[in-house]
Design a protein around this ligand. Sequence first.
Ligand code: M6R
Length: 611
Amino acid sequence: MCGIVAYIGYREACPIIIKGLKRLEYRGYDSAGVALLNGSLNVYKKKGKVTELEDFIKDKNVHSTIGIGHTRWATHGEPNDVNAHPHYSSSKGLAIIHNGIIENYASLKTDLQMRGHKFLSETDSEVFIHFIEDIQKHNQCSLEEAVRLALTKVVGAYAIVIISKENPGQLIAARKGSPLVIGIGKGEYYVASDATPIIEYTDEVVYLNDHEIAVISRSNLAIKNIEDVPMTPYIQKLDMELDSIEKSGYDHFMLKEIMEQPKSITDCMRGRVISQKAHLNLGGIQQYANKLVNAERIIIVACGTSWHAGLVAEYLFEDLARIPVEVEYASEFRYRNPVIKEGDVVIAISQSGETADTLAAIELAKSKGAIIFGVCNVVGSSIARASHEGAYLHAGPEIGVASTKAFTAQVTVLAIMATIVGHRKGNITESKYRELLVDLENIPGKVEKALQLNDKIKEIGNIFKDARNFLYLGRGYNFPVALEGALKLKEISYIHAEGYPAAEMKHGPIALIDEQMPVVFIATKDNSYEKIISNIQEVRARKGRVIAVVTEGEELITKMAEFVIEVPSTNEVLMPLISVIPLQLLSYHIAVMRGCNVDQPRNLAKSVTVE
Ligand code: M6R
């Protein structure tokens, strides 16, 4: 949600910032802007994508070796030039870029207005920078101290970078609840919302922690906490290839990420699953492993696609480990009065590791004594750090807003977790355990085979691209896959789609079925196979158009459905890893054919760091 890039050093700042903002456009793309210092402090900003900002500044004097830039996903105020970041302070001596929300901005604004401040935008961020300048003026203190004092008074989440005319050799950055990473070069520093704008310049980074303030000059990085106590920067090596954040010949990141799933699932299992040695291990779950094994129940919190992975985990843990599971939307959980007991186990699933609702749900559960296991993709992310233990996905950066390879990696990690727990509890026989390990190892090859259906799926997509509604139906392990298929379609093609447990259809959605309605059945051979055949008949009887994802060699459904997509068979508990692939491809092709911006769907942002 909003991307931040800043640079201080000896190179031209503007091209570095613009390139970085393009890498962060997955975080927001309503408007973009830069502030550069070259004698004066100049802010240039434009509604729309970063390329529009680029056009706007091409004949301006943007020479500078220090600057800040922002790509926005609107929270306060509509997307337009004025609400775009950076925002000036009252004197225009300071400018800020901000990711997050200042919850008490309205009272701060009223107070500042009563003291003569005039605001141009409707944003909380402009209030923030006026507030900082106001504090500096009244306390006659350094900018650093004014920032610190302001941060003790604001309520909400922020990642900020401030540039100042009076301090031309300095950037000030701070975070609470929104990510910020500082890249360390020689005589130069980079600041960004994630490492993707930094990776081509340096692999040494410092992840700023909540309540920390960084004062960055060309030759020094000093970090203090909000109590003014100096902190020692913890320098980490980035484990990221430049290629992993580029399209590498694909038209869209989403397609690249769909296609690289055999690799991302392999990477996710590397060193964790070795069937020959009957070895299954998650290195990040050690100290608290017994809590998981002995849990009386597990609560899973997540949002969106990660929530769907959580639903698959519910089936996995109940089947393999015989532990009851509750899967909660983090956004609801945090505002209920959930019953959490000391020692309860919570699994938080998040690709970005920054989703505000999931983070808040974790904090709530932690405050009641729960043990938190994080399942995240982004290393060093807030959720990973807020968890007691956990496992990374190792799926590589996911840039397309629609989550694809993160889902399959999440399900892989959760399947490993449930198998370990089931095995340790003695619920899984030795032979079933060994069989599952082999099945896991065979998944990447089967995903590869499912991906070879791409051309066929594209043809089906072409037939249904103008549909106004879609229904996705599945049972058992394929029910969460139905939900995921529907979410993928609606978020990138803007076609209304609903996912349902197939048997629930007759309790309502069946009324929607007519000869126009495409109904995607995920009907692979499993425990509910016979039952789902009846559901297909029910749709056919009402002239619905059936597209069925079935297991290779399927005969019965092939005779009933208008289109069948045959995927390789696997152990039922791992089927979502395969059956989701055609649905990802179907939504991708439909969205492309409808002319939608697949990687940056309207209104959406990759990482939702606000409530
Ligand atoms: O980063 P997270 O996994 O916590 O994100 C959760 C959701 O915002 C995310 O899965 C969202 O639903 C995706 N756009 C789905 O494709």
